[in-house]
Design a protein around this ligand. Structure first.
Ligand code: NDP
Length: 334
């Protein structure tokens, strides 16, 4: 089998360190597919990436064909089949939102342009670096020859967090949970939605009512515990662990690519993909939706009903995405 070229940006960072070894082991592309890794970093990050490359060599992974390190986007994306855009400019103290968007446009615009020029024809891109949805929008806008549906932003970690919280609350296994959706932006406005979820084949609200003591208790749990806990889990991890979630973010990025390439099976997952107006989300935004893949990339699951509560939460998150897009436009970045 031909080797797949996977480019990871920000490869010298925390998430990169938790991601590279699992890709090289075959956990992302399967046990038969050889992989060539490209580590793209900014000059200050090259040493850390070189260190990771030495350790990759020491693992003697049978599937790992090569590891190349560069700070040049065109070199890094040359012939890439998969690009995982992890490196981003974090929000510094006192930084305005416009400054953050502009700093990241300076990263994701040129990376999109380089992908457009040199990536393989089957390139698929997942953006992990925040603000991920808008960074995906910027990268896609800079890559006019790559179909917009090849780009996505990661909301799989939010999805997996929601699955785990539901399993915990109902004292069931995560494998019993299906039909969970993350809607909107990968930010505190996201809407983790259990209205279509099931636990061991029964509606999640029914199973939760049994576990929590009635329908009113379920609504209180959803609004006061579940939604904020999932949306703010990143801050909880930082408070407990002393640094941000890296292994779980890497695992989610890996699962996002794996399921896009190998298929989602019977159920669905969540990813921020290009809207063509589904569920009233403005066309052209990268918003999280329920998605399936048969191996050819993510498609939005259509036809789910949204009640007033769900509609209001989705609209609020989409309003934030629209504001980010308008800010980027006003700065002339897309
Ligand atoms: P991490 O590897 O921890 O995080 C990288 C990015 O992922 C951040 O934007 C972070 O957003 C985002 N992220 C998304 N979801 C999560 C999540 N659930 N938990 C934590 N982070 C999440 O950052 P490091 O600082 O350790 O490493 C970043 C690396 O990127 C550095 O080595 C730096 O040199 C490099 N870099 C590379 C660039 C390039 O290749 N052109 C450009 C800029 C940086 P948030 O900040 O909101 O947590």
């Amino acid at each position: 089998m031909d080797a797949t070229t996977v480019t990871v940006t920000g490869a010298g960072g925390q998430i990169g360190y938790a991601l590279l070894f699992r890709i090289a082991s075959g956990a992302m592309l399967g046990p038969d597919r050889p992989v060539r890794l490209r580590l793209l970093e900014i000059p200050q990050g090259l040493k850390a990436a070189e260190g990771a490359a030495l350790e990759l060599q020491d693992c003697a992974f049978p599937l790992l064909r090569s590891v190349e390190i560069t700070d040049d986007a065109r070199t890094g994306f040359d012939g890439a089949n998969i690009a995982m855009l992890v490196g981003a400019r974090p929000r510094a103290a006192g930084m305005e939102r416009g400054d953050l968007l502009a700093a990241n446009a300076g990263i994701f615009g040129p990376q999109g342009a380089a992908l457009n020029e040199v990536a393989a024809a089957d390139i698929r891109v997942v953006v992990v670096g925040n603000p991920a949805n808008t960074n995906a929008l910027i990268a896609a806008a800079s890559a006019p020859d790559i179909p917009g549906d090849r780009f996505a932003a990661l909301t799989r970690l939010d999805h997996d967090r929601a699955v785990a919280q539901l399993a915990d609350a109902t004292r069931r296994s995560v494998t019993d949970v299906a039909g969970v959706t993350i809607w909107g932006n990968h930010s505190a406005t996201q809407f983790p939605d259990l209205d279509h979820a099931t636990v061991a084949g029964r509606p999640a609200r029914e199973v939760l009512a049994d576990a929590l003591g009635g329908a009113d208790a379920v609504t209180r749990w959803l609004d006061d515990e579940f939604v904020p806990r999932v949306a703010k889990r990143g801050a909880e991890i930082i408070a407990v662990r002393g640094s941000s979630s890296a292994a779980s973010a890497a695992n989610a990025a890996l699962s996002h690519i794996r399921d896009s390439l190998l298929g989602t099976g019977d159920g669905w997952t969540s990813a921020a993909v290009l809207s063509r107006g589904e569920y009233g989300v403005a066309e052209g935004l990268y918003s999280s939706f329920p998605v399936t893949s048969d191996g050819s990339g993510y498609r939005i699951v259509e036809g789910l009903s949204l009640d007033d509560r769900a509609r209001a939460r989705l609209d609020a998150s989409v309003a934030e995405l629209t504001a980010e897009r308008d800010a980027v436009r006003a700065l002339g970045l897309i």
